[in-house]
Design a protein around this ligand. Structure first.
Ligand code: TRP
Length: 328
C-alpha cells in the first residue's frame, strides 16, 4: 500500500505563486508516489471568515480549478471538502480533551495571525484550528504533509497530539512529517517577506501573460539602483528572489552581474517575466479545459469527498475502539 499525503488550503481566495513554490509543486510531483489527499479547508476558512461564508462558497471551485490547472491529476489525487467529512469534526472534539489552551496560545503561527487580524480576545474556533488541522491530517493516516514554512508549528502540534493519543489509548494514528518546498516562502512583489493575497503583492496562478508582465514591471527592486551601472544588492531584491525560485540555473550569474552593475533591472525583469510565463503557460492551458467543463469539477469533488469519507470511517472505527467508545 502506498503511503498517504494530505495537505490543503484555506478557502479564502485563489492561489498564487507563493502557494505554488511552497507546496503545490511538491504535491504535483509526489502524486504518483503517494496516495494524495487534497483538502479544501472550508471550515478552517470560517475561523477567519465566519462573517462572510458566501466568499468561501465562491472560492471553493476556484481553488479546485487551481489544483487541477497546476497539474493535480484527479485520477490519482483525491480532492475533497472538509465540512463534508463529519469524522473530522468528531476527531477534533476528541483531541480537544487533551490539548491545552496554553499550547495553542504559544503556537507562533497562531500568535502572528491573531496579531495580523487584530484579535484581542481570541475566538475559540480560531485558537483551536491546529486541533482541527490535526484531525484533517490524521483521519486518513497521512505520513507526509507538504506545506509552506508557516505551517511547521501546526505539524509539530499534530505530532504531539498523535503521540499523546497513541499513548493514552492505542497506537492507531500515524505521526506525520512536514515536507517544505525548495523555496519555503516567496517574497511579495513589494519586497514584503511573504507573498499574500491580503497584502496585495501576489501573482496569481490564473494571471494572463500581460498581467504577469505588468506586475513584474511595477515590482520593487533594489532602491540603490538607478542606472544600470549602479552596484546592486540582489539579496534584498524581490526580482532576484524570483530568479532563484523560478530558474533552474543561471541565478548565480544574475547575482554576480547585478552586484557588478552589469545587468539592468529592466533586463532582469524581462527575463523573469518570460520564466514565469513559461511556468504558467501549461497551467493556463489546463485551466481552459476544466473551465469549459464545470460539471467535471463537481464530479471530481463529489467522488473525492466520497472516497475521503470512506477512509475517515475506517479510521474512526479504530479510534472509537481504541477509546472504548464502541458500544454495540
Ligand atoms: N492551515 C493551512 C493553510 O493555511 C491549510 C490547511 C488546513 C492544511 N488543513 C490542513 C494544511 C491540513 C495541511 C494539512 O495553508
Amino acid at each position: 500500500m502506498k503511503e498517504r499525503i494530505l495537505t490543503g488550503d484555506r478557502i479564502t481566495g485563489k492561489l498564487h505563486l507563493g502557494h505554488y513554490v511552497g507546496s503545490l509543486k511538491n504535491r504535483v510531483e509526489l502524486q504518483n508516489q503517494y496516495e494524495t489527499y487534497l483538502l479544501l479547508a472550508d471550515v478552517q476558512a470560517l475561523t477567519t471568515h465566519f462573517e462572510k461564508p458566501e466568499l468561501i462558497k465562491q472560492n471553493l471551485r476556484y481553488v479546485a480549478l487551481d489544483y487541477l490547472s497546476a497539474g493535480i491529476n484527479p485520477d490519482q489525487a483525491t480532492i475533497f471538502i472538509q465540512s463534508l467529512i463529519p469524522e473530522i469534526a468528531e476527531l477534533t472534539t476528541y483531541f480537544s480533551m487533551f490539548v491545552t489552551v496554553n499550547s495553542l496560545r504559544h503556537n507562533p503561527t497562531i500568535k502572528a495571525e491573531a496579531k495580523e487580524r487584530g484579535f484581542q480576545d481570541m475566538y475559540y474556533g480560531f485558537l483551536g484550528y491546529p486541533v482541527s488541522q490535526t484531525a484533517d491530517i490524521t483521519f486518513c493516516k497521512a505520513a507526509l504533509v507538504p506545506v509552506g514554512e508557516d505551517q511547521l508549528p501546526h505539524i509539530e502540534q499534530t505530532r504531539r497530539i498523535v503521540r499523546r493519543f497513541n499513548q493514552l489509548y492505542k497506537p492507531v494514528l500515524v505521526e506525520p512529517q512536514a515536507l517544505i518546498g525548495d523555496i519555503p516562502r516567496l517574497v511579495g512583489l513589494d519586497g514584503n517577506k511573504k507573498m499574500s493575497k491580503s497584502l496585495g503583492n501576489a501573482i496569481y496562478l490564473d494571471s494572463s501573460r500581460e498581467e504577469v508582465q505588468e506586475k513584474i514591471q511595477k515590482a520593487t527592486t533594489d532602491p540603490a539602483r538607478i542606472r544600470k551601472t549602479d552596484i546592486g544588492h540582489p539579496d534584498i531584491c524581490p526580482i532576484y528572489a524570483y530568479h532563484q525560485a523560478f530558474r533552474k540555473e543561471g541565478s548565480d550569474e544574475i547575482y554576480e552581474s547585478c552586484k557588478k552593475g552589469q545587468i539592468g533591472c529592466m533586463e532582469c525583469k524581462r527575463n523573469i517575466t518570460q520564466r514565469i510565463n513559461d511556468l504558467l503557460e501549461p497551467i493556463r492551458e489546463r485551466r481552459i479545459v476544466y473551465q469549459n467543463d464545470p460539471k467535471k469539477i463537481d464530479e471530481i469533488l463529489i467522488s473525492g469527498t466520497k472516497k475521503a469519507r470512506l477512509a475517515a470511517k475506517e479510521t474512526m472505527e479504530e479510534v472509537r475502539e481504541a477509546m472504548s467508545m464502541n458500544y454495540f
